[in-house]
Design a binder for this molecule. Sequence first.
Ligand SMILES: [Zn+2]
Length: 194
Amino acid sequence: MRVETLLNKFSIKGINYNLNSGGKGLLSAEEQLALVGLCWHESPVGWLVLFVEGLRDTKALKQLHIETRKEALRLMKNWRGVYPEKALIALCAAAIAEATQQNGQVCPECNGSGKVLSKCNHQRKCQCCKNGRIEWTEETRFSYFAQVLPVTYNRFKRYSIVLNQLIFWIVNNRKIAVCAMELQIKKEGCDLIV
Ligand SMILES: [Zn+2]
């Protein structure tokens, strides 16, 4: 099931940290989840990822950057030698891009359609991607990372160890949140039968 569909099923609208709006303020993400029997605290990062992925939630994206940065700092504790602040930004940007688009980035040549128009206006299969997506490889990871920190590929290979751990961490958190939703659907299904 698509993430959008799942979030929709629970009528989750996105994130709201503005709790002091008073009166009939919007519910916070935590409250929205609690209403449908889901728990924010099981995987805050996982929920943020789903909100970014399924709802294009910009507040969630901002928060996800903050949380990912904390994890990146933790992972970089064992880093030998120095690294610039920009390395953290590059690591977070690349990790979030990959974890929220696991099928690959939207192809910039065909805008995700997988088809382009030839010079004589015929539709052609896009030569740049697979079905509109550019899959993640060490090469595409490097090119994403290097948009923020244009280092050599050799240097990137050192960063990519941390990058992979960071991606794994985000994807794992996402799995926990998805599992929670699926479990809840099963539970509701059982309730209906009873
Ligand atoms: Zn393409």
